[in-house]
Design a protein around this ligand. Structure first.
Ligand code: THU
Length: 127
């Protein structure tokens, strides 16, 4: 387990823009080369346009040209689980990787991405 990715996810909670739910989420993705890219949740007054921390982290990484990921961490005050949309995107962009679910004290539960979305719809279904 990479402590840096967990500490980065915890730190990213400070950047959360969550004026409606007040539920701050930080995420960080570990690139295969070792770099770490963070994300936080960004809420909209129209609610549905909100983007989760995990997707912000992954989309930032993709936009920077990275496409191989070793792990992803998600931090909240209560070690909340990733939503369904993020499970789908983690699976599609990362394949099978450890997902570190953390609280703000650094408590961590590790779950494999394929366990989070069993029998996922993905590119194989589009053949
Ligand atoms: N949220 C995330 O950032 N990631 C998840 O996987 C679950 C939910 C955010 C979205 C919203 O800003 C807040 O948590 C409450 O749902």
């Amino acid at each position: 387990m990479n402590k840096k990715v967990i500490q980065s996810a915890i730190k990213m909670c400070e950047k959360a823009h969550a004026p409606f739910s007040n539920y701050k989420v930080g995420s960080a993705v570990e690139i295969d080369s070792g770099e770490i890219i963070g994300g936080c949740n960004i809420e909209s007054s129209s609610y549905g346009l909100t983007c989760c921390a995990e997707r912000v982290a992954l989309f930032r990484a993709i936009a920077e040209g990275y496409d191989k990921f070793k792990s992803i961490a998600v931090a909240t005050k209560n070690a909340g689980m990733p939503c369904g949309a993020c499970r789908q995107i983690i699976w599609e962009l990362c394949g099978e990787i450890p997902v570190y679910i953390c609280d703000m004290n650094g408590w961590v539960k590790t779950v494999s991405s394929n366990k989070l979305i069993p029998d996922a719809f993905d590119k194989k279904d589009l053949k």
